[in-house]
Design a binder for this molecule. Structure first.
Ligand code: PGA
Length: 248
């Protein structure tokens, strides 16, 4: 089955609302490609102006975080209904920065995946190992466990619409990219785990991205791999280079 490519920018905590609109305008003609899903995952305060700025283009908007309740006393948080109403389609869940800096664990991440699906948001679920786990040789077990915990109670039909981003933490923002073979090894394993947890059709449908210093120079090679269906891009998503990744 041919899976549709998905190239998502993760803008992280960059760009004020005015800068965000400026970036949308800079990228507008560079990211045109009807064969690829193009997503900008942006800071909460940029969502409304970015949705407006990409109107009429092929770009979809994503959020970088949300909380599992619809409303209430959760100071500082933002809910799925708020994101939906603002025009958000995708939501990054379980990014290593959320896990490591903000203490999100797999129980919360699993609840977020279920809540996102229940709310009509499409999760981009992140997983990946630290350099220590990579060196210890236990990275596959670690990632397998993340996937199993994070998808507990998630149905096959939901997983068919899920995007999983494999992001080795040692490659995020470091300029060090996993080789295409290293990335493919893990993305293939993730697909096999989905096959074991669900069935062959679900494994075939789930889209798996690589993330970690993907750029205009290495994207084509990474994306040529059988089990890599796209990219989650940090640093390079803030530059015109992002257009080259979309069209790699
Ligand atoms: P990077 O970030 O492309 O800057 O390495 C990727 C990510 O954290 O999603």
């Amino acid at each position: 089955m041919a899976r549709r490519r998905i190239i998502a920018g993760n803008w992280k905590m960059n760009k004020t609302p005015a800068e965000a609109v400026e970036l949308c305008n800079t990228l507008k003609d560079l990211v045109k490609n009807d064969n690829v899903d193009v997503v900008y995952c942006v800071p909460a305060i940029d969502i409304v102006p970015v949705v407006e700025a990409v109107k009429g283009t092929n770009v979809k908007v994503g959020a970088e975080n949300f909380y599992i309740e619809d409303k209430g006393a959760f100071t500082g948080e933002i809910s799925a209904p708020m994101l939906k109403e603002a025009g958000v389609e995708y939501i990054i869940i379980g990014h290593s920065e959320r896990r490591d800096i903000f203490g999100e664990n797999d129980i919360l991440i699993n609840a977020k995946v279920k809540k996102a699906f229940a709310s009509g948001l499409k999760p981009i679920l992140c997983c990946g190992e630290s350099l220590a786990l990579r060196k210890a040789g236990t990275y596959k077990e670690w990632i397998a466990r993340q996937i199993k915990w994070d998808l507990d109670g998630v149905t096959a039909d939901q997983v068919k619409n899920l995007v999983i981003a494999y992001e080795p933490i040692w490659a995020i923002g470091t300029g060090e990219t996993a080789t295409s073979d290293q990335a493919e090894e893990v993305c293939k394993m993730i697909r096999e785990i989905i096959g074991q947890m669900y069935d062959a059709a679900t494994a075939d449908a789930v889209r798996i991205q690589y993330g970690g210093s993907m750029n205009a120079g290495n994207a084509a090679e990474l994306l040529s791999k059988d089990n890599i269906d796209g990219g989650l891009i940090g640093g390079a998503s803030l530059k015109p280079d992002f257009g080259q990744i979309v069209n790699a």
